[in-house]
Write a protein that binds this ligand. Structure first.
Ligand code: NI
Length: 141
């Protein structure tokens, strides 16, 4: 990044809080504080985009469910066809004889994506579901 795009800022922060933060980012593998701060800021902006509802976002929906429940697989596949415009890709893993894990990559307006995630996760028989909120990366440096 050209240096004329960089702003240097001074932040007053409690010494003990900063010490804890430094220990934390060290454990997370950051080699410098600036990159950790940038990641925190980007994450805050991504979460704000999700809260706005209208912004274009990307995420993943993870579903864990038993293979043997009558019509469950068919129901989930049916729903994925209904939302095909928002579901970019699906990964299906047969975990063992009984259990399946699906990861769906979803894209669209935040409110729509959240609605799709809620609809899938709340299907009877799904043992665990989670929406992971991420970004298209557009507008984030
Ligand atoms: Ni399976």
């Amino acid at each position: 990044m050209p240096s004329d795009h960089l702003s240097r800022i001074g932040v007053a922060i409690d010494r003990e809080l900063l010490r804890k933060f430094d220990r934390h980012i060290d454990r997370r593998g950051y080699t410098n504080r600036s990159e950790a701060f940038r990641d925190l800021i980007r994450d805050e902006l991504v979460q704000a985009a999700w809260e706005s509802g209208r912004r274009e976002v990307v995420g993943t929906i993870t579903l864990a469910y038993p293979h043997h429940v009558h019509l469950l697989n068919e129901k989930l596949t049916d729903m994925q066809h209904r939302y095909h415009k928002n579901i970019l890709s699906t990964l299906h893993v047969h975990l063992d004889q009984e259990h399946c894990l699906e990861v769906l990559v979803v894209r669209g307006k935040a409110a729509d994506v959240r609605k799709i995630a809620d609809a899938l996760i709340s299907v009877k028989g799904v043992k665990h579901g989670r929406l992971t909120t991420s970004t298209t990366g557009a507008g984030l440096t």
